[in-house]
Design a protein around this ligand. Structure first.
Ligand code: ADP
Ligand code: MG
Length: 238
């Protein structure tokens, strides 16, 4: 588990300001959901925390350690993408093991951790399959298993369910709640689904046009949205 703190974090591409200087403090073990309209900078904020983008200003601390200039793989974080990004030529087991192989972990450790991650995501029976022989939900579970196999202290998820059908989204939503409880891991989860936000979050971060509009517990935001934009994002009557 780890806390994630960003201070004065901003990003511009050329003259386009995508993220205004932003402060956000996330406690160890928290489940934080980021919502907001398309293009408001949710993915950019996540990618900055992950180290996949370089900030224009500000700093990022994980568990008190300044990781602003640290390589992505050394931040103690893992990210799950909307597109899953599995390797089609590798089996499920090889896909999950990939980050451990890159890190040159010993074979016995790789096998034990892959078995544990696969078990947690209910993938044990599918380990020898290739991605094309899996359903959308199974593929997404493999991408999550691959993300947790290095036992990150923070899991970043960018609209992880948006490619799944409604029924599967409900099942996976319960899966995320269970995984959060089981692993005790800090989760930062981007979605535009109000129900996911309201049911999963300890706190919701509402973004609008490159900045944070409001942060609070789901009920508090629902009952007392600070702006109309927040009410819209939460689905509150306003
Ligand atoms: P969201 O995830 O909330 O939909 P993004 O963080 O993906 O929003 O994007 C925020 C804004 O930044 C958008 O207007 C997008 O077009 C712009 N943007 C994102 N990445 C780049 C980039 N590499 N170059 C230029 N503009 C970008
Ligand atoms: Mg996005």
């Amino acid at each position: 588990m780890a806390s994630v703190v960003v201070e004065g974090l901003s990003k511009h591409f050329g003259s386009t300001i995508v993220l205004q200087p932003t402060d956000l403090s996330i406690e160890a073990g928290e489940f934080v959901v980021i919502v907001g309209p398309s293009g408001c900078g949710k993915s950019t904020l996540l990618r900055l925390i992950a180290g996949l983008e370089t900030p224009s200003s500000g700093c990022i601390r994980v568990d008190g350690r300044d990781v602003t200039d640290a390589a992505p793989a050394s931040r103690g974080l893992a990210m799950v993408f909307q597109s899953y990004a599995l390797y089609p030529h590798l089996t499920v087991a090889e896909n999950i093991a990939f980050p451990l192989r890159v890190a040159r972990r010993p074979k016995a450790e790789v096998e034990a951790r892959v078995a544990a991650a696969a078990g947690a995501l209910d993938l044990t029976a599918l380990l020898s399959r290739r991605p094309r022989a899996l359903s959308g939900g199974q593929r997404q579970r493999v991408s999550i298993a691959r993300a947790i196999v290095r036992e990150p202290s923070v899991l970043l998820l960018d609209e992880p369910l948006s490619n799944l059908d409604a029924e599967l989204r409900v099942r996976m939503r319960h899966e995320f709640a269970r995984l959060h409880a089981q692993l005790g891991i800090t989760m930062i989860y981007v979605t535009h689904d109000q129900l996911e936000a309201m049911t999963l979050a300890n706190r919701i971060v509402v973004m609008g046009a490159g900045r944070i509009e409001q942060v609070g517990e789901p009920i508090a935001l629902y009952e007392r949205p600070a702006t109309l934009a927040v009410a819209r994002a939460i689905g509150s009557p306003g």
